[in-house]
Design a protein around this ligand. Structure first.
Ligand code: CMP
Length: 220
């Protein structure tokens, strides 16, 4: 938790004080924390597990903005820029969160301006990442985007395993396709192709990255 943007600038005492003003919650896979369009009064930091942030188009199709894991923060947009939630937050695994209400956050930011700087840095990082995703949607083909998504998931959820890096992403093939922004068929084809080449091994809701260098080259 100490690495989470909200806590990074704090000493142990201040971090403990902040944590005491936060509430804990626990979600099972599939539980929805809030819906796009809801009024928001709280931001969250993930203690354990994974949250998907998704949006639904007017014809019912879903797109995933991000999959977030331990230490990552979400739900702050509707606090800094009051308005409805910009995405639906759903647990994709058993998840533990801590939440901080708007009033507590405001009071805390006034007392501790250094926290504001780390939150701004987190927002800036997200904008950078979003710009990159946008460019990929325009300039990169689906297999390239699949390779990128696997490497990104691996940087956050990967663990060394016998054959390579085990990435237990907890996503269904449909969710993976929504994250990449392509049809399930096209994404499956890219995954099957990578598997045939020996770059990855597919498992249920997980993938083992065997040849990271080749994936990196394909992602460029
Ligand atoms: P909020 O709008 O309150 O609720 C949905 C949250 O999703 C939002 O705050 C952000 O924290 C998060 N979010 C929105 N867009 C993105 C994005 N492009 N990448 C990662 N997280 C996002």
């Amino acid at each position: 938790m100490k690495k989470a943007p909200l806590f990074a600038a704090l000493d142990d005492e201040a971090a403990t004080a902040l944590q005491q003003s936060m509430t804990s919650s626990r979600l099972e896979r599939g539980d929805i924390l809030f819906h796009e369009g809801d009024q928001g009064d709280r931001l969250y930091v993930i203690r354990e597990g994974k949250i998907k942030l998704g949006r639904t188009s007017s014809d019912g199709r879903e797109n995933l903005l991000a999959i977030l894991g331990p230490g990552e923060m979400f739900g702050e947009l509707s606090l800094f820029d009051p308005g409805p939630r910009t995405a639906t937050a759903t647990a994709v695994a058993e998840t533990q969160l801590i939440g901080l209400g708007h009033d507590n956050l405001q009071a805390f930011l006034t007392d501790r301006p250094e926290v504001a700087a780390t939150l701004l840095a987190a927002l800036a990082r997200r904008l950078r990442r979003t710009n990159e995703t946008l460019a990929d949607l325009v300039f990169t083909d689906v297999p390239g985007r699949v390779a990128k998504a696997l490497l990104d998931l691996s940087s956050r959820f990967g663990r060394p395993a016998e054959e390579g890096i085990l990435v237990a992403h907890d996503l269904t093939q449909e969710e993976l396709a929504q994250l990449v922004g392509a049809s399930r068929e096209t994404v499956n084809k890219a995954l099957a192709d990578f598997a045939t080449r020996g770059w990855i091994k597919l498992e249920a809701r997980a993938v083992i990255l065997i040849d990271v260098e080749r994936l990196k080259r394909r992602a460029r």
